[in-house]
Design a binder for this molecule. Structure first.
Ligand code: PGA
Length: 252
């Protein structure tokens, strides 16, 4: 059965002491988090090493990274490899967030290499897709999102794709307070699952978690997560408040 997942994307927020304080707040809420939900936090890269140690006694909370490179090691100044992440018990890594696609020109091909490297090293990629507002309004958003997925993921085998999580994040909903309606989100989640099914088979499609991101918060999470193809959320702003993040984990 596929997992229900709530992943916090802290982005480039919080200084070190603020990040540790937020982690302590999450620890205090331990018993209140939904035990049937995979709860993941993705802090900024410099904090991952210390967080790995602090999380050693809290295995209900999984550690994720926000980005990585695809090579194992070498002369790639400033980059982080999946092997390095693995050595710190990182279990998830966001790939292809729209902020990286837009600000750092990450191509479909680069993202494909990152996903492959992560899967090879036993880290679950959270592969992001989603359309800009003008694409949504021009009505070709379905084809646009399917192309993002096909170009980066469809050269993989069924064994590889089943190890990925997909996050549908319409860019017009990220950090804007404007959430996709549950119906709008479900439409794309359903399409993603049926496209995976036609490519890799129904069983594989039924095992891939597809989560929603874009202004997901305690007020709208339950309606979104009630949709049959929405398996949780990638949470930005609301993951910076321990109570909100905890409440979202209980919205299934
Ligand atoms: P948001 O961000 O929840 O603040 O909209 C989501 C994301 O970018 O992953």
């Amino acid at each position: 059965m596929r997992k229900q997942i709530v992943a916090g994307n802290w982005k480039m927020n919080l200084d070190y002491s603020e990040a540790k304080a937020l982690l302590q707040d999450l620890f205090k809420l331990n018993k209140k988090f939904n035990p049937d939900t995979e709860v993941v936090i993705c802090p900024s890269a410099p904090y991952i090493g210390v967080f790995a140690e602090l999380l050693a006694d809290h295995n209900w909370l999984k550690l994720g990274a926000q980005n990585c490179y695809y090579m194992d090691n070498g002369a790639f100044t400033g980059e982080i490899s999946p092997i390095q992440l693995k050595s710190l018990n990182v279990e998830y890594c966001i790939v292809g967030h729209s902020e990286r696609r837009d600000n750092f020109n990450e191509s479909y091909d680069l993202l494909s290499k990152k996903v492959k490297a992560l899967v090879n090293h036993g880290i679950t990629p959270i592969f992001c897709c989603g359309e800009q507002l003008q694409v949504r309004e021009s009505n070709v958003y379905r084809e646009f999102v399917m192309k993002q997925i096909e170009d980066s993921l469809f050269a993989f085998t069924a064994e590889e794709i089943v190890k990925c999580v997909i996050a549908y994040e319409p860019i017009w909903a990220i950090g804007t307070g404007k959430t996709a309606s549950a119906e709008e989100a479900q439409e794309i989640h359903g399409l993603i699952r049926s496209r995976i099914s036609s490519q890799f088979g129904e069983k594989v499609a039924s095992e891939v978690s597809i989560i929603y991101g874009g202004s997901c918060k305690p007020e709208n999470a339950a309606e979104l997560f009630a949709q049959k193809d929405i398996d949780g959320g990638l949470i930005g702003g609301a993951s910076l408040k321990a109570d909100d993040f905890c409440q979202i984990s209980n919205s299934f």
